[in-house]
Design a protein around this ligand. Structure first.
Ligand code: 5AD
Length: 356
């Protein structure tokens, strides 16, 4: 691709201004950003798309996040919690499709802890890895999950703005960051990320999200557009910008070449082929929903009409992105700098930037 635009140098003093510039990219600069992100993904050995199979195991939740319909204040929702045997049976379905990551997700529900710790060893026997997203827990609970065989845990900080975090997530950002530390301390890989389009969130605040993610040095990172959800305080707030979310995905790929970055289902909810655009912006993960249909409708995280990703949709989307499913093989994973901003410019890290 010929272009006069040049991705600006991202170096520590300039980092925020450069990230902001890229987040605002449209038209030719945006295409160049996406192209650079795909090149970086390829060079990092991360251009195979990792498939995850998610089971939503409980919609009980202690939190009161303003965007989420599984908050306890929503009395319209029928609540469920799967038992160990059901979880293992669904995990079996995931493994028999050749999917190597079983992803257990739930509201923040202390009653799933024992169930999950009992299920994990049986799931591991299927020859798959276990990824969890169960909310804020104590260090000892994270240690129990890790000892049972969970390899990774996603805890999104959602927004790096402490005031907005308190307003929307209704608890301090510092508590969430402490939990993220504990997840690492327990020996699990960490996934984190943000939501784009929260009330009064500026593009500058999204740039701060990316800088916070850098400081956390996660193994996975995600950006998801806000989706207004019935029976929540934010039900009338407009959805997040697809373009800004795609730009955030691409910037994350530049800054985290070896990370797993999902093309989340919320992209597809905003626009047909939204997830295809996510892959084209540098993402390399798709999550297929294996929650049994009768329970899935009660797992109302992305509004009642959420887009449910099935296996054929994922395969189709991956093929149309010119990619193949598989386990990404990071080529320089062991040499990965703890924080790519430390002492190096992006041009030093990714010499092909700006030459597309
Ligand atoms: N819009 C966008 N993201 C949401 N999540 C939950 N509800 C919404 C919503 N309405 C995301 C949060 C959470 C993850 C499980 O789903 O980021 O961490």
């Amino acid at each position: 691709m010929k272009t006069n635009h040049r991705i600006p140098l991202i170096s520590p003093p300039q980092a925020k201004a450069d990230i902001l510039h890229l987040l605002h990219a449209r038209d030719e600069l945006q295409q160049h950003l996406f192209h650079s992100a795909r090149q970086v993904r390829q060079q990092a050995g991360m251009a195979l798309v990792k498939l995850r199979g998610v089971i939503e195991i409980s919609n009980y939740c202690q939190k009161a996040c303003g965007y989420c319909a599984i908050r306890p204040q929503n009395c319209t929702l029928e609540r469920f919690r799967m038992d160990t045997d059901t979880i293992i049976a669904v995990a079996h379905d995931i493994a028999s499709e050749g999917i190597t990551t079983v992803f257990l997700q739930s509201g923040q529900d202390p009653k799933v802890d024992d169930i999950v710790c009992e299920a994990i060893p049986a799931i591991r026997e299927l020859g798959v890895e276990v990824l969890l997203n169960l909310g804020e827990k104590s260090l000892s609970t994270y240690e129990r999950y890790a000892a049972a065989g969970a390899g990774s845990y996603i805890l999104k900080f959602e927004t790096a703005d402490p005031i907005l975090h308190q307003q929307v997530i209704c608890s301090p950002l510092s508590e969430r960051l402490q939990c993220a530390e504990w997840i690492k301390q327990a020996g699990m890989q960490l996934g984190t990320g943000n939501i784009i389009g929260l009330p009064n969130q500026t593009v500058e605040s999204v740039a701060e999200d990316i800088l916070l993610a850098l400081r956390m040095a996660p193994d996975f990172v995600s950006s998801s557009p806000f989706i207004p959800n019935e029976h929540t305080p934010l039900q009338d707030h407009p959805h997040g910008s697809l373009e800004l979310t795609l730009n955030a995905i691409a910037v994350c790929r530049l800054l985290f070449p070896h990370a797993l970055i999902p093309a989340v289902s919320a992209l597809e909810k905003l626009e047909p082929d939204g997830q295809l655009r996510g892959l084209n912006a540098g993402a390399n993960v798709m999550t297929i929903n294996f929650t049994p249909k009768d329970l899935r409708d009660s797992y109302a995280i992305y509004s009642q009409g959420r887009f449910v990703v099935k296996l054929d949709h994922a395969h189709n989307t991956i093929a149309r992105a010119g990619l193949t499913p598989g386990r990404p093989q990071p080529d320089v994973y062991l040499q990965k700098p703890a924080n790519p901003m430390c002492g190096q410019t992006l041009d030093q890290l990714f010499p092909t930037r700006g030459t597309a």
